[in-house]
Design a protein around this ligand. Structure first.
Ligand SMILES: Nc1ncnc2c1ncn2[C@@H]1O[C@H](COP(=O)(O)OP(=O)(O)OP(=O)(O)O)[C@@H](O)[C@H]1O
Ligand SMILES: [Mg+2]
Length: 255
């Protein structure tokens, strides 16, 4: 049994990669978790998970050169599939092969988290959303971020992908987050899972190349990410059903 989540936002830089790794670690207390850097054009999950030196990445899999198992690493209590950062690697990556890779991973994990690219402007950018059962929308409490998040929700629902909830990230103390969250919830199909504060520890963790929950597990932001994981209520589906659906997912046109 497995559920596939795409961690998405529309707007860039809201904290999708940070959130993917943090949620993965938090969920790994209860589930067998696999996280995938599905941002194959601007990959950087490897820098958040101490994997910047690995030899084989998702790019090699998407080029048809390696099986997905060789790009899967056990780190921080979860399985992590990093993606390479070279332009050549992106050029040689066939997004269609991502379906088979994700389908294979889905047969052997409880929760699969796909760190998704910002924007909706290419097949590589929209495919994770199409393959997922539900999206987690990572917002900053700003009009542009909320507007872009709504576009992602609209796009996701046009492909039958649901919304697990909304996560507000990088929230500053001077922001009326409760008021903003209350208004925002009216427009999203899922609840506000938690609000994660703007956090020096989150920045430090990135610089140290470690997940926030490993670097500063007691900080407020880490606690907030654990609340997001608690609120996610995973809805597992038989693995073979998910794998078949992912394998046969239409390679979508960007909107
Ligand atoms: N709660 C937080 N407080 C402070 N800084 C944060 C927080 N969350 C993330 N960051 C920082 O913000 C930057 C962007 O975060 P991240 O890479 O996770 O965003 P992203 O949405 O994945 O970006 P992209 O759209 O480029 O993929 C990073 O430097 C990260 O360390
Ligand atoms: Mg990212």
């Amino acid at each position: 049994m497995v559920e596939v989540f795409a961690v998405a936002s529309g707007k860039g830089g809201t904290g999708k990669t940070t959130s993917t790794v943090a949620l993965g670690m938090a969920l790994a207390d209860r589930y067998d978790v696999t996280v995938v850097d599905a941002d194959t054009g601007m990959a950087n999950l490897l820098f958040h998970a101490g994997l910047s030196d690995v030899e084989t990445t998702l790019h090699d899999v998407l080029a048809g050169d390696r099986p997905i198992g060789e790009a899967t690493y056990d780190r921080f209590g979860m399985r992590v599939v990093p993606c390479g950062t070279s332009l050549d690697g992106f050029r040689d990556a066939d997004p269609k092969r991502l379906r088979e890779a994700v389908a294979t991973l889905a047969t052997d994990t409880d929760v699969l988290l796909l760190d998704s690219p910002p924007a909706l402007d290419s097949r590589a950018a929209v495919l994770p959303i199409v393959m997922a059962d539900r999206i987690v929308v990572v917002l900053q409490p700003t009009i542009p971020a909320i507007s872009d998040g709504l576009k992602v929700q609209e796009y996701a629902s046009s492909y039958g992908t649901g919304v697990a909830g909304v996560l507000f990230n990088k929230v500053r103390p001077d922001e009326d987050i409760e008021g903003i969250a209350e208004k925002t919830e009216r427009y999203f199909d899922g609840p506000t899972l938690a609000t994660v504060p703007e956090s020096e520890q989150a920045r430090e963790a990135r610089r140290a190349g470690r997940p926030l929950l490993a670097h500063a597990p007691e900080c407020d932001a880490a606690g907030a990410f654990r609340r997001v994981a608690d609120g996610l209520s995973v809805q597992p589906v038989p693995s073979e059903t998910v794998a078949d659906r992912v394998r046969s997912a239409v390679i979508p046109e960007p909107p």
